[in-house]
Ligand binder design. Structure first.
Ligand SMILES: Cc1ncc(COP(=O)(O)O)c(C=O)c1O
Length: 488
């Protein structure tokens, strides 16, 4: 028998490690070197990442060269200082490098020291966001998962029967409520938890994209009258489309009067509760039973860093704990064991990076960053209002502003010009990707195709926002001219 390990020569590891660190530093020193979205890769490049199953190994230096020369250039550049698309942030230098340490040592998440980290960061996050000083919680891969856990806990806590053992059959139908601006991951959570998307009632919003409380109350009353069982009310603390924050205090009142679990999706926006001027918007967050937040969004902590906050560790253990005999030996009775608080067994250590970033920057630097982003977004809104070729579609809310390019001679738009404007703005969105100097994304609001700037990336500056607007104007006028010539 040949005894072998997969280890490498120490000097080779060192030299490869230095190459990786050098590449990181090069990218960080010039983050606009690559466009926000990569060009479409050639067939030759794609072929490098295909091919038959390798039987023989390959020299690691060669593999690293392939990654550096061909893979990285074909990937999205989230470090870009004019990245204002989706809700994607730009990573942090130290936490990024820590990722290499975490996976090189396969730092486990099950040890008491990491449980302490988990307890500390959930407590810190709860305090930062005004959820409460003694929050319990679980670090997830992101907001999708955090919301899924929130609804799983809600289902266990409010079903009124042992839903984990008995399931949902032959019991009243469970129904949840969210505004029609709720994130699609909530639909997915309803599907995965077996309750079905139809049982997530989508409540209309007002012109500010916040849930209409009267419509909510009417829907709950109708459902009760039909013999259904309302169990969970979901509030948005920063919707993905427009940054709208629902009236959480009113929702807390309604939840209390119907004994509904109040879950808040603050994956994107809840961090703005740290900023004194926007804190009043989040009034009621302290009454939520669970809160989803994404440190990999506004805190810019590298992916994957999501979190579900709850009031009590038992909310999680009652939902997830299931300890087979082969795991019992390792369980420390007196401690919360993270294995009992979530879905996974083996997983990467997601706690360390969050702790590291919160220690490195502290609440105050993060509050300053978000304060600046809120101000930048208001500035963007003001520039757009003053411009003769842009129209604001959703007023700046938190750090999102939706707008569209409207050629001056098409203002105010008529019913006829609306279709043209939708097409034009869609083309602008795509042309910006091609241009590669900045990126905003797009969405659909009240039937209008709009451009959407969302500032959570810590590298975005005022001049970056200004340059992006100039670029959009340049592209808008050029495309408008082209489209009108084609139409003739
Ligand atoms: C409000 C909101 N909820 C949930 C999510 C899903 O989070 P993730 O992409 O981390 O799974 C997002 C993502 O943008 C979001 O904005």
């Amino acid at each position: 028998m040949t005894i072998m390990t997969l280890d490498m020569d120490a000097e080779a590891v060192r030299s490869l490690g230095y190459r990786i660190v050098d590449r990181v530093v090069t990218e960080l020193s010039d983050p606009s070197n690559r466009p926000p979205r990569p060009p479409t890769p050639s067939d030759e490049v794609l072929a490098m990442f295909g091919g038959p199953l390798p039987h023989d190994g390959t020299d690691p230096d060669e593999l690293l060269s392939i990654i550096e020369d061909h893979f990285i250039p074909a990937t999205t550049n989230l470090l870009h200082p004019r990245w204002m698309a989706y809700v994607l942030a730009g990573s942090l230098p130290l936490a990024g490098l820590m990722g290499a340490l975490i996976s090189s040592l396969n730092l486990a998440y099950i040890d008491p020291v990491n449980t302490r980290l988990a307890k500390t960061i959930t407590r810190w996050l709860g305090e930062m966001l005004g959820f409460g000083r003694n929050a319990a919680g679980y670090i997830t891969t992101g907001g999708t998962w955090a919301n899924l856990v929130g609804l799983a806990v809600a289902r266990v806590r409010r079903a009124g029967w042992d839903v984990r053992t008995e399931g949902l059959a032959e019991h009243p139908t469970l129904v949840a409520y969210v505004s029609e601006e709720g994130h699609s991951c909530l639909d997915k959570a309803m599907e995965l938890l077996g309750m079905g998307r139809n049982q997530l009632r989508k409540i209309p919003v007002g012109s500010d994209y916040r849930i209409l409380v009267d419509a909510l109350e009417e829907t709950i009353a109708d459902d009760l009258a039909s013999g259904l069982q309302p169990f969970c009310l979901i509030g948005n603390a920063g919707t993905v489309n427009t940054g709208a924050v629902d009236p959480l205090y009113d929702l807390a009142e309604i939840a209390a009067s119907h004994r509904l679990w109040l879950h808040v999706d603050g994956a994107y926006g809840a961090f703005a509760a740290m900023v004194p001027e926007s804190r009043p918007l989040f009034s009621g967050i302290e009454r939520a039973d669970s809160l989803a937040v994404d440190p990999h969004k506004w805190l810019n902590i590298p992916f994957e860093a999501g979190c579900i906050l709850v009031r009590d560790w038992a909310d999680l253990t009652d939902t997830f704990s299931l300890i087979p005999p082969y795991l019992r030996a390792g369980v420390v009775d007196s401690e919360v064991n993270l294995r009992d608080c979530g879905i996974e067994l083996t997983r990467t250590n997601r706690e360390l990076n969050i702790w590291l970033a919160l220690r490195q920057y502290g609440k105050d630097q993060y509050t300053q960053l978000i304060t600046n982003h809120l101000a930048l977004t208001r500035q963007l809104g003001a520039w757009l209002e003053d411009a003769e070729d842009f129209e604001v579609i959703s007023e700046p809310s938190l750090s999102i502003c939706c707008f569209r390019f409207v050629p001056p001679d098409l203002r105010p738009p008529t019913e006829e010009s609306e279709a043209y404007l939708n097409n034009l703005n869609q083309e602008i969105e795509m042309a910006l990707v091609e241009d590669g100097r900045a990126l905003v994304s797009g969405t659909q609001l009240s039937g209008k195709r709009v451009l959407r700037a969302c500032i959570v990336n810590h590298r975005v500056t005022q001049s970056g926002v200004e340059q992006t607007l100039l670029l959009l104007r340049e592209i808008g006028h050029k495309l408008d001219k082209q489209l009108r010539t084609q139409d003739r």
